[in-house]
Design a protein. Structure first.
Length: 458
């Protein structure tokens, strides 16, 4: 007797499932095959479309998956629809918009990649300090500090001595306008009041070594104030200490340096200097006023071009000093007639290295190669206990406003970023002597400066 067989039920002509739901009428193998085809179709669709467009069309893909599952109610699974198909009417317009959004996303990604590529070159210099425009004022900031921060950020007050004197003068106004709160003492609360003032100045331009040394001395004097002293008397005493610090450590120190360096200048000397140093300017004017017949070569460089200010000071007046002005590339041809090199300093480190305007190291190295003595004129309050071995670990960038002001017309692409560090480090091997108010010190003995001065105070 023949074995009865089970045949597939007849399907209607419309292709729609009849009776039971479509998934139940399929075998496990058919359902597995349908799922694999749907996964393959979705993977191909995501590979052809950008990520953003894929996220946008995710709901539509789910609807297509549900439709495929419903049509799978037939006895045999049909292949899933291919992702590429002809579109008409509203579908064509939607596809066109999708293509437009794809192009827009691609262009935006390309612009981001270009911006990252441009800034990648300066990423290693991101730790360099840079002057910032002062827009917002946070906390109780004195008007004198706000005004000074603007002058710092615009480089209208530049130079280590000028910045330190301006800061201490502004602190005098802050102290005189200060009132000690109740249940507090001036020696304990005044520094709390000065801290936001200092922070505001540092936000405008990185703090110099001279400013940091002066602030430490001021903190020390505030902590030593008698808590029983009348408030106004204590404020007057602090202001007097500040005046003494400016007088002793800067003004009188410069006068002693003038005398010490002037003793090394003789008639007929050709003195070369770089950029502008206030103490070097005083030395040259003092030597010329004493009747010494000297001539000066002023070497300068961008972006600040400070040598122009020094040149104007030396050549103005009824009895100008004979001067020659040249940029840094002309240095080798001028060193053959130079008797001495006089340069200033921004800071002096314990290992004998001199931190000064960018280009000073090149001047000192080339002078050493031509056997020309290099004298660095520096006050002892610029001394730092730290050690510095290069100008990369710590530096400052010139602001774009100063660069644009002194820049010559150049046809450079806008994508090129200019990097202008303000300082460099001169190794002690290229320095003959450091002229200070405590005498001429060889670079190998710079670390003895604190011992020679003892414990200094305001």
């Amino acid at each position: 007797m023949p074995v009865p067989t089970i045949s597939d039920p007849p399907q209607p002509a419309s292709g729609k499932p009849s009776g039971q739901p479509s998934q139940k009428s399929m075998t496990k193998a058919e359902r597995r095959e349908l799922q694999e085809k749907q996964r393959a179709a979705k993977a191909a669709l995501k590979a052809q479309q950008p990520q953003q467009q894929g996220k946008k069309d995710a709901p539509q893909g789910k609807q297509q998956q549900g439709a495929g599952g419903a049509s799978g109610g037939q006895g045999k699974a049909k292949p899933a629809p291919t992702p590429q198909k002809k579109t008409f009417g509203a579908d064509a317009q939607a596809a066109k918009q999708g293509s437009t959004s794809k192009d827009t996303g691609t262009n935006a990604a390309a612009e981001d990649a270009t911006a990252k590529q441009i800034s990648h070159g300066l990423r290693i210099f991101s730790h360099f300090g840079q002057p910032k425009p002062v827009h917002a004022v946070k906390g109780d900031i004195h008007p004198a500090i706000i005004r000074l921060a603007l002058l710092f950020s615009e480089f209208r007050i530049s130079g280590a001595n000028a910045r330190c004197i301006a800061m201490l003068t502004a602190f005098k106004q802050v102290i005189q306008d200060y009132t000690t709160p109740t249940h507090n003492t001036l020696s304990r609360h005044l520094m709390t009041h000065l801290s936001p003032q200092i922070t505001h100045l540092v936000s405008a331009r990185p703090m110099s070594v001279t400013m940091g040394n002066a602030i430490r001395e001021l903190k020390l004097e505030i902590s030593h104030m008698d808590i029983d002293m009348v408030e106004q008397d204590a404020k007057d005493a602090l202001c007097q200490k500040i005046d003494n610090y400016i007088r002793d450590r800067i003004i009188i120190a410069d006068e002693v340096i003038q005398e010490n360096a002037g003793n090394k200048i003789k008639d007929g000397d050709v003195i070369l200097t770089y950029a502008k140093s206030s103490v070097v300017e005083k030395i040259l004017l003092s030597a010329h006023a004493e009747g010494k017949k000297i001539s000066v070569i002023v070497i300068d460089s961008k972006p600040l071009l400070e040598g122009k200010v020094l040149l104007k000071s030396l050549t103005s007046g009824p009895d100008p000093i004979p001067c020659t002005y040249a940029l840094l590339p002309a240095l080798p041809s001028l060193l053959t007639q130079v008797s001495m090199v006089l340069v200033g300093a921004h800071a002096l480190f314990s290992n004998g290295a001199v931190y000064s305007r960018a280009g000073t190291a090149m001047v000192a190295m080339m002078a050493k190669a031509h056997s020309v003595p290099v004298m660095v004129c520096c006050e002892t309050y610029k001394f730092s206990d730290g050690v510095m071995i290069d100008g990369f670990t710590k530096n400052e960038l010139a602001p774009s406003s100063v660069i644009q002001k002194n820049a010559a017309p150049e046809n450079l692409p806008s994508s090129i970023e200019k990097l202008n560090p303000l300082y460099d480090l001169t190794p002690p091997t290229y320095i003959t002597a450091v002229v200070t108010e405590v005498g001429l010190i060889p670079p190998s003995s710079i670390s003895s400066i604190p011992l020679a001065l003892g414990k200094t105070s305001l």
